[in-house]
Design a protein around this ligand. Structure first.
Ligand SMILES: [Zn+2]
Length: 254
């Protein structure tokens, strides 16, 4: 079995506080070699660093998530820039645009996101993107800065949008949503995505599997995601795992 890399997992989340070490160990024994943990607010930076320090298999990215736009301040961008300087961060994020929640200030979202694109380009780090209902706007900002080293995590766009962004070398992350038998549109889209542009993720503890509502996603669930996508594409899970790991290693320079 090829080793797997979870390209998006919130291991710092408080919901893992009582069994984090055991869950990481279990996933490692099952073949997960690396976990990419994105921070979402400056308040979470210490917790993310702590997990990374305790576990050599954990790498992290630092960023300001659009979901918490009301918390972010201009000083947070300065702090992010300072934190990226000489840190071991392998990327900038989780950042992006979220148009699903109407009370999230769009103008502020754009400002905070664009600043992070500039930082990623300056530090030559990839972007970990959160995009909901805003693929075209995120893509336009990346085009404006001519910077496409990025993964759009939990991608759920159209076939045409997938084609446009992957043509620029952007990676698309897929997770538990793929396993829902009702997610036929998503599954059909994934079949059109070049394997060289794909990544797998759990987004644990978020985005529970369709048959496990209310429960946490776990680090070991990456195997299930890998298995389901392999089945969908009609290829061996081991073959897919090999490609997924190579892609994550390339983007995050692991
Ligand atoms: Zn996330």
């Amino acid at each position: 079995m090829s080793l797997l890399i979870d390209s998006h997992i919130h291991l710092d989340d408080a919901r893992f506080d009582y069994d984090r070490n055991e869950l990481i160990k279990m996933a490692q024994l099952a073949g997960v070699s690396h976990f990419v943990v994105p921070a979402v607010t400056v308040n979470r930076f210490p917790a993310v660093l702590k997990v990374a320090q305790a576990h050599p298999a954990v790498v992290y990215t630092l960023g300001l998530h659009p979901y918490f736009i009301n918390q972010h301040q201009a000083a947070d961008l300065e702090f992010l820039a300072q934190s990226l300087q000489g840190s071991g961060a392998v990327g900038v994020g989780e950042c992006g645009l979220d148009y699903y929640l109407k009370d999230l200030d769009k103008v502020k979202q754009h400002k905070i996101f664009e600043a992070q694109v500039i930082l990623a380009k300056y530090f030559d780090l990839p972007l970990v993107l959160h995009v909901r209902g805003a693929i075209d706007d995120v893509f336009n900002i990346l085009k404006k800065h001519d910077y496409f080293r990025a993964v759009m995590h939990s991608f759920n766009g159209s076939v045409e949008q997938a084609r446009q962004v992957t043509e620029h070398g952007i990676y698309l992350g897929f997770g538990s949503a793929v396993c829902n038998p009702k997610a036929t549109k998503l599954q059909d889209m994934i079949k059109q995505v070049p394997i060289a542009n794909m990544m797998i993720e759990t987004d644990a503890p978020d985005q529970p599997f369709y048959d496990r509502a209310g429960k946490r996603n776990l680090p070991i669930d990456l195997l299930k995601v890998n298995m389901e996508i392999a089945k969908l594409l009609g290829i061996e899970p081991d073959f897919l795992a090999m490609h997924m790991s190579a892609n994550a290693k390339q983007l995050f320079r692991l």
